[in-house]
Design a protein around this ligand. Structure first.
Ligand SMILES: Nc1ncnc2c1ncn2[C@@H]1O[C@H](COP(=O)(O)OP(=O)(O)OP(=O)(O)O)[C@@H](O)[C@H]1O
Ligand SMILES: O=P(O)(O)OC[C@@]1(O)O[C@H](CO)[C@@H](O)[C@@H]1O
Length: 314
């Protein structure tokens, strides 16, 4: 069983539009409402592929109730912690050329007592988990140090902990000695304070994050694929997508596939890439199931060309 923790979940509203024109009324061609938040998405992807998972999430207000209803209708096993604040709604605007504009609310305050309740739920359920996966932004009101303490408590308890977050929380997780971090290109560049222009830059940055304490770095690079750096070395890979629909949640699908396939080595990276590419081919934050996975388009490189430049950033 893989336990996910989403401290700042969301309702994800995605709309397909012709063109993002500032200051105009834009008519959406279609709209999707999905349960959202990075850990929530990891649980949804695992469930869609028959891997047992439970999701811990604080929820509040009408939006929170709707989020719970959506997740229950998908069959996601939940450990819900009620909070006073209102669960956020995040908006995605997707254009035909694959450009995605995302507007995320900061989310409700998570108070000290509410975080204590989340911590209690996580520690109680972690005993029976193969992995605990803590993902997404740290909500307002919660000090990064408190998030770091949660990571340290789980690591001290012998839990295999994977973290996908950004900014100071990413560094706090690495310093707590988590088994795995999954930054994307921007998050990794911000963590090391330098732009990443080639695969070699990514490998160097990942190596730096490992010196802070993280065991494995799985760096996701959008259309450039992903880079896996661990004690055994470096593996890279990619899986081209002919018609990207929405990249939202692709990183969560990549992480879910990597964990589902054992979380080490080229085979797990290849599985993660298949899940990430499949998520990109689906609209909104929809997570792929077995019928969406095209494993034969995945390429992994145990001896990668590290001078290969990355695609220019949009
Ligand atoms: N345009 C694309 N073409 C092919 N594969 C893609 C594309 N975008 C993303 N992917 C796949 O999805 C994975 C995750 O993408 P990305 O690096 O954008 O994650 P992310 O920023 O963490 O996403 P999110 O936070 O929305 O989950 C990549 O490693 C890659 O395998
Ligand atoms: O604001 P955060 O917590 O960083 O990210 C939240 C979010 O953008 O991440 C998921 C995609 O990975 C979406 O479901 C959700 O809206």
């Amino acid at each position: 069983m893989i336990l996910t923790v989403t401290l700042n979940p969301s309702l994800d509203r995605a709309m397909e539009i012709d063109r993002l024109a500032r200051g105009e009324v834009i008519r959406a061609a279609s709209a999707h409402l999905d349960p959202g938040g990075k850990g929530v998405n990891v649980s949804r992807a695992l469930l869609a592929n028959g891997v047992p998972s439970r999701a811990v999430l604080p929820v509040g207000g009408e939006e929170g109730a709707q989020l719970v209803r959506l997740l229950e209708s998908e069959g996601v096993e939940l450990l819900v912690v009620p909070i006073a604040g209102r669960t956020r709604s995040n908006i995605t605007l997707a254009e035909p050329d694959g450009t995605v504009t995302k507007i995320n609310e900061s989310g409700p305050v998570l108070t000290g007592p509410e975080f204590a309740e989340v911590t209690r739920a996580v520690l109680a359920a972690a005993d029976s988990a193969d992995w605990v996966v803590a993902c997404g932004s740290v909500p307002p009101g919660l000090p990064v140090a408190a998030f770091g303490d949660l990571c340290a408590r789980l690591v001290d308890a012998g839990v295999r902990l994977a973290v996908d977050t950004s900014g100071p929380a990413l560094r706090a997780a690495a310093e707590a000695g988590v088994a795995l971090v999954k930054p994307n290109r921007e998050e990794l560049a911000e963590a090391v304070g330098a732009p990443l222009r080639s695969l070699g830059d990514v490998v160097d940055a990942a190596a730096q994050v490992r010196t802070w304490g993280a065991g494995t770095v799985l760096a996701s690079l959008g259309a450039d694929g992903a880079v896996l750096v661990d004690a055994k070395g470096v593996v890279t890979g990619e899986s081209p997508v002919a018609q990207p629909k929405s990249t939202v949640g692709a990183g969560d699908a990549l992480l879910a596939g990597f964990l589902a396939a054992g979380a080490r080595g080229p085979d797990a990276l290849a599985e993660g890439l298949a899940w990430g590419a499949a998520a990109v081919s689906l609209p909104g934050s929809r997570m792929p199931g077995p019928a969406d996975l095209l494993r034969n388009t995945v390429r992994v490189h145990p001896r990668p060309d590290l001078v290969r430049p990355l695609l220019p950033q949009g």
